[in-house]
Ligand binder design. Structure first.
Ligand code: HEM
Length: 423
């Protein structure tokens, strides 16, 4: 153990929050596989090629979360391990994970996402209508939080009016300081949410409809219905994966465009370029900066001896900025193509919601560029998450713009009225 190459790196430190790309570049160049004593100890992997290898070898680098005899959870998708029930299929390995994943990917296939696109456009217009006459909005509270949450509610066949309470805990878990009262409330709200989801699952098992929850509770794996507990954890992952990440990317993208008017003008002139630009925003500002795994057996990797049960932190940020793969990796090229970034992960757990995320981001960016093209982010009032956590996102991001006209789209078929949005 004393022979291992040690590094001074903590992904939960303010330094990483502020200087992440520079820290990653240094590790990638000097010690691409190194041991950090922070957060209970872990190996950090920072080269693209090695990140790829770890994520594609789940039999050695496991996602499984396990309960110890003393009731403490270990392993799983973050370091340190979160002390909540495993997110499924994210925090499991093996054939059952594959079977669960197959169900979830049905709801978020490319075709399903494209079918949702018109609804996303209408919802984005609706949300902008609420602020457009005032000339001011909060990109996070007024659009980035509600739009992805409303889409998830729609996919799951839940009342859109519940979007705020369903998504709030996931955003707050990342946004609030760990010692704040808000953070504690957040834990209670997770318990409430799990109860709600269990009730919906039981109802729909009895009388299924045409929605994702009904699909889940009537699906069988190995000839048996999926347990209600597992259904709840699958839904938790789908909601949690779907809300805060897309929000964070929207914030980064709009801030970048606000700072670079020339590049914004290019996208305004040719909105079809937004689809390609989204990939570059995901590469340079990945909202999930790192993934975590656990070593299943002693293994030599990158010239180091990794021991069974040790944790491995795979840096998405470092891989996405690796000059070996991306020419001029540090600069933002909105036309970059191909763009094999790993913002959605790789291998057996690659983001199941990526098609939805891509369509949502395109819908929001295109609509903003069309309806409030002169928007300007108020940097002095913007706030990034208080502690560098597992998502690199924004608490708030005010923007100003020349007031525009409402479009007054009728969304009554979606059950939407201003009261429903109720912020
Ligand atoms: C920009 C937006 C998003 C980013 C950057 C992102 C990123 C990721 C990453 C990196 C993983 C893999 C984690 C790992 O291997 O440990 C993942 C998994 C997952 N994501 Fe996303 N995600 C996004 C949006 C979404 C959306 C919109 C949904 C749902 C609609 C979603 C649902 C999921 C699910 C269910 C998994 C677990 C897949 C599995 O374990 O097989 N994500 N996401």
């Amino acid at each position: 153990v004393s022979q291992r190459q040690r590094i001074d790196f903590d992904h939960h430190s303010p330094e990483f929050s502020e200087h992440g790309p520079a820290q990653m570049a240094e590790l990638r160049d000097t010690c691409p596989v190194g041991w950090s004593d922070a957060q209970g100890g872990f190996w950090a992997v920072t080269r693209y090629s090695q990140v790829d290898q770890v994520l594609r070898r789940p039999e050695i680098f496991s996602s499984q979360k396990n309960l110890r005899d003393d009731g403490v959870w270990w392993g799983g998708s973050v370091i340190p391990t979160s002390q909540r029930s495993p997110l499924l299929p994210l925090e499991m390995d093996g054939p059952r994970a594959v079977a669960y994943r197959r169900i979830v990917t049905r709801w978020a296939s490319r075709t399903a996402a494209e079918r949702l696109a018109p609804t996303m456009d209408r919802l984005t217009d609706y949300l902008l209508d609420r602020v457009i006459e005032s000339g001011r909005m909060d990109i996070i509270a007024d659009l980035g939080n509600p739009l992805p949450a409303l889409v998830i509610m729609k996919v799951l066949g839940l009342s859109l009016s519940g979007w705020h309470r369903f998504s709030w805990p996931f955003h707050t878990l990342e946004a609030a300081a760990k010692d704040s009262a808000e953070f504690q409330t957040c834990l209670h709200e997770f318990a409430w949410l799990a109860d709600q989801l269990a009730d919906r699952c039981i109802e729909r098992r009895e009388s299924p409809g045409d929605d994702a929850i009904s699909d889940l509770v009537t699906a069988s794996v190995d000839g048996e219905l999926v347990s209600i507990e597992d259904c709840v954890q699958i839904l938790m992952t789908f909601i949690g994966g779907g809300v805060d990440t897309t929000t964070a990317t929207l914030g980064h993208a709009l801030r970048y465009l606000s700072q670079h008017p020339d590049q914004r003008a290019v996208l305004i002139d040719d909105p079809d370029r937004v689809i390609v630009a989204v990939e570059e925003f995901l590469r340079v500002f990945p909202p999930v900066r790192q993934l975590s795994r656990t070593v299943t057996r002693d293994t030599e990797f990158g010239g180091e001896q990794l021991l069974e049960r040790e944790r491995v932190l795979v840096s998405v940020l470092a891989a996405n900025l690796d000059d070996q793969v991306f020419e001029d990796a540090g600069s933002v090229e909105l036309t970059r193509s191909p763009n094999p970034h790993v913002a959605f992960g790789l291998g057996v757990h690659r983001c199941a919601g990526r098609n939805i995320a891509r369509v949502e981001l395109s819908a929001m960016l295109r609509t903003i560029l069309r309806r409030i093209p002169d928007f300007s982010v108020v940097e002095s009032e913007s706030a990034r998450y208080s502690e560098a956590g597992n998502v690199d996102g924004w608490i708030r991001m005010p923007a100003t713009f020349a007031p525009g006209r409402r479009l007054e789209r009728d969304l009554s078929d979606l059950g939407l009225s201003p009261e429903v949005i109720g912020l």
